[in-house]
Design a protein around this ligand. Structure first.
Ligand SMILES: [Zn+2]
Ligand SMILES: [Zn+2]
Length: 127
């Protein structure tokens, strides 16, 4: 019996991915809205005030940098303007704002390509 199971690659879970992404976006939108209801629309760093459409520039920062830690009382949130938020993460070298990279991963790759290795040897031989 030769029974070939044919799998159609067209069944790749694009839908699932799209759904997961939408889910995340919805969740982020939710905690943002909640944070905006809890806190005055002021950047916690520079004190800039936001009104109306400008509030788009106000973002939710997670104090412990954990996006999944969203206590209903907002104790893990801080409203920061885009600039201060960026600043915060640049300074801390924490990648929450940028995605997946983890701190400490920035080690120099071992360099195998040394264009001046030969030159170095030459200079040493001259001595
Ligand atoms: Zn600010
Ligand atoms: Zn943040």
């Amino acid at each position: 019996m030769s029974q070939k199971k044919t799998r159609t690659e067209g069944d790749m879970p694009d839908k699932i991915i799209a759904e997961a992404r939408r889910d995340r976006e919805r969740r982020e939108k939710t905690y943002r809205e909640r944070a905006l209801k809890l806190f005055p629309w002021i950047c916690a760093r520079c004190g800039r005030e936001f009104t109306g459409k400008k509030v788009r520039e106000l973002t939710v920062h997670h104090k412990d940098h954990d996006h999944d830690n969203n206590p209903p009382d907002g104790s893990n949130w801080e409203l920061l303007c885009l600039y201060c938020h960026d600043n915060e993460h640049t300074r801390d070298q924490v990648a929450e704002w940028y995605g997946e990279a983890t701190p400490g991963d920035e080690q120099e790759p071992p360099s195998t390509h040394k264009p001046f290795a030969g030159l170095d040897a030459l200079l040493k031989n001259k001595k």
